[in-house]
Design a protein around this ligand. Structure first.
Ligand code: 15L
Length: 273
């Protein structure tokens, strides 16, 4: 039975996966900076700060595969991103290598490619266009994953997660919606599929308005069951409550693109009045 380590166990994604993973991976080790407040006696928790290499190596001991959901999950100050996502992700890959871990699933993000406009459909082979320091840290994690796969033989899968939840929150999220069950499918591909060397997949359910070509995930057996169009009325009603955001509404990364934006606004297409 494989021992699987999940970092970020107290975060939003980790909290949902804690209830879905034990039936698939009974030997699941949870880790985060602080324990989940509702930790059950049946759950195994090991505290670690990702920026502390010795602590990270200790949680990797005896582990076969890692689901790396830890780190800072939105835009933030440089030092926060540096410690949690750059140094933390390096520590995790290096500790995994030293401890002989075979597979890593890295929670990347749509924000690694957030500056592609919404009218373009992109695959996983495009040049990264991060929309934030957070997005840069995800592009860094993908590059690090490629290096550990090619140089050290780890099986690495990077999932560019769209928006994780039970229903899409607004118009943008209709294109990038991802259900918990579909994320579990992608994690299982990363941990179990025999052909994994280095992969970048989009973390998206079956969304008719998708901006992403996720054919590699489908080729690896992904069959999403979530469908954002089932929630279209809710998403558009929520969208109607939001203020227009010319930059964020043009690019795939939404508000992550407009935060601190002082670039060339003329590049943003505006509809005729
Ligand atoms: C992400 O990467 C964030 O972790 C999440 O909080 C959302 O902002 C999501 O992207 C999104 O783009 O909706």
């Amino acid at each position: 039975m494989p021992r699987i380590l999940m970092t970020g166990a107290s975060g939003g994604v980790g909290t949902r996966l804690r209830s879905l993973l034990p039936s698939i991976y009974p030997d699941l080790v949870l880790s985060d900076l602080v324990a989940p407040p509702d930790l059950k006696p049946s759950e195994t928790f090991k505290q670690a700060d990702l920026a502390d290499y010795a602590a990270v190596e200790a949680i990797c001991e005896g582990v076969d595969g890692i689901l790396h959901f830890g780190g800072f999950s939105v835009e933030g100050p440089w030092d926060t991103i540096l410690q949690a996502n750059i140094i933390g992700t390096y520590n995790l890959f290096e500790a995994a290598r030293k401890q002989g871990v075979k597979r890593i699933v890295f929670a990347s993000s749509n924000h690694a490619v957030g500056f592609y406009p919404r009218h373009s459909k992109i695959g996983t082979d495009v040049t990264v266009r991060p929309d934030s320091r957070y997005g840069v840290s995800k592009a860094f994690g993908e590059a690090l994953g490629a290096m550990y796969a090619d140089k050290h033989g780890l099986g690495v899968t990077c999932i560019r997660i769209g928006n994780f939840g039970d229903r899409p929150l607004d118009q943008r999220r209709l294109s990038i919606f991802l259900t918990p069950d579909d994320l579990v499918q992608l994690c299982r591909i990363g941990l179990e599929h025999p052909d994994i060397h280095f992969e970048v997949l989009y973390g998206a359910s079956y969304n008719e308005r998708a901006w992403w070509d996720n054919s590699r995930a489908y080729a690896l057996g992904y069959r999403p069951t979530g469908r954002s169009e089932d929630f279209v009325d809710h998403a558009l009603a929520e969208q109607a409550k939001l203020k227009p955001d010319p930059v964020g509404d043009f690019y795939q990364g939404g508000a992550f693109c407009s935060i601190e934006f002082d670039g060339d606004a003329a590049r943003v297409w505006k509809p005729e009045k």
